[in-house]
Design a protein around this ligand. Sequence first.
Ligand SMILES: NC(=O)CC[C@H](N)C(=O)O
Length: 310
Amino acid sequence: MEIERASIQLAEAVKAASDYTGQGKVAAYIPELAKVDSRMLGAAVCLPDGTILSAGDADVPFTLQSISKICSLIVALCQNGQKHVFERVGKEPTGDPFNSIIKLETIKPHKPLNPMINAGAIAVAGMIQGNGVEQRLDAVLSLLRKMTGNPALSINEAVYCSEKRTAARNRALAWFLKDSGVLATDVEETLDLYFRHCAIEVTAKEVARLGMVLAADGVIPETGERVIPQEVARICKTFMVTCGMYNASGEFAIDVGIPAKSGVAGGIMAAVPQRMGIGVFGPALDEKGNSVAGVKLLELLAKEWNLAIF
Ligand SMILES: NC(=O)CC[C@H](N)C(=O)O
């Protein structure tokens, strides 16, 4: 990839996709997220040698939210193995909104259908081992610090507290999981861990690095250090394709065709196998909770650079 040309193309794509920010709204159910400027859009690309290209609001910090579900899943799989994890959470897309409760009751056994919906991610948080919330969070944070190369990565306290104060739906999901025997750990402690890992603060550049590590099958591109087993990276990328964009994953797979995971703060992490990681930040969301301009931007880049994996 010719770097200068790619930088120009990235800047042009961000400019073109910016027109779409007006079509979405910032998430307001977590009050602190409603305070951001909905017109922002930024993107970064991380290449296999670690080179970062960026355009727009690529240095603005935002919280990972659902993108962190990939990281908690990595830790849970590494600590417990596939058998333990997938006995408690499934591998199927739901077709329902990310915070839906309905299939938890109607499908038997009552385990969440996949780890990318809230119910599944709360179940996964319950599997992360450690002595107390701090140590359990540390397992997720230290993986993310290695993947991003930022040892100072930490949580945004205001967003964390804002979600913790208002999370009636997630509490309902967690108590249902407790009642069904999926959650073995303390409910409030598990929710606390979940809210904290959702509130880990990053930039689009850091998210591009996360995507590149997955694109490189779990290896830090510049150093060659393996931080995720190849099999776990493969599982994550597969979940990103089938469930990463919530109940718009099928449409995204057709229109863009890249493994990706979004979050309600407006982030999207994309991993183009062996070629690049892409981090996007655009807080205006569509009705399914995906960054409206971010999805458009990835669609433009996928066409321009022929990134679809299918
Ligand atoms: N889709 C998301 O990004 C959801 C994450 C958010 N913390 C929640 O539980 O509602």
